[in-house]
Write a protein that binds this ligand. Sequence first.
Ligand SMILES: Nc1ncnc2c1ncn2[C@@H]1O[C@H](COP(=O)(O)OP(=O)(O)OP(=O)(O)O)[C@@H](O)[C@H]1O
Length: 232
Amino acid sequence: MLIDYKNVNIYQQGEKPVLSGVNFSVDEGEFIYIIGRVGSGKSSLLKSLYFELDIDEGDEATVIGHDIRRLKRKHIPALRRQMGVIFQDFQLLSDRNVYKNLHFVLKATGWKNKKDIDKRIAEVLTDVDMADKALKFPHELSGGEQQRIAIARAILNNPKIIIADEPTGNLDPETAESIIMLLKQISQTGTAIIMSTHNMLLLDKYPGVVYLCKDGGIEDVTKSYNELMLKE
Ligand SMILES: Nc1ncnc2c1ncn2[C@@H]1O[C@H](COP(=O)(O)OP(=O)(O)OP(=O)(O)O)[C@@H](O)[C@H]1O
């Protein structure tokens, strides 16, 4: 199991948790949607998974084989390296081209050999169907293309988990679908995908495990989400 939260509380600021009693588990290759209204805690859950928010450890809090209760701060960067993160607004570095955006990440994560670096960049760009865009600057790319580059960046180090916070939020429906298809393909190689979304159409078309954030908690609604949504 890649992630196992049992009875965990997640905090933004202050005494009261944003989400409490969280039970959440992720296996290799799973495709997980996090749904829920604005402000219901989707981003907070995702941020906790890459250690940007405080949690109390509850009965169990394991991320990629590490018990968070015993995790030292100095081990966080190594653990983060096994995760790829994708955002709604892409967050590419605007002052450099695609190649240099990817190069920057590889250098920062310890890659030294130029041949290996160039080979890996070519591989991930091919994976996301952007092999001809290496020399483009982010502003020369469409939103969908920028998100593909962000996905290429996320998979550079073969992560076990990709965390995507509304990855299709800024995209038109057709482009959104192509991004989900790409993430689905990646999940088939064993990488777990955890994505928040407001786009219920995607859930129908590309089924996965569905968690609903609601009333300060989170619930696995994979079987019943259609019914729940209709009632809201
Ligand atoms: N940086 C912050 N500091 C304090 N409180 C925050 C912060 N970010 C979010 N919150 C609060 O935490 C709660 C959950 O927010 P969160 O961003 O996790 O919701 P969300 O479901 O991702 O919303 P959205 O659909 O708008 O992205 C909200 O009440 C929000 O006001």
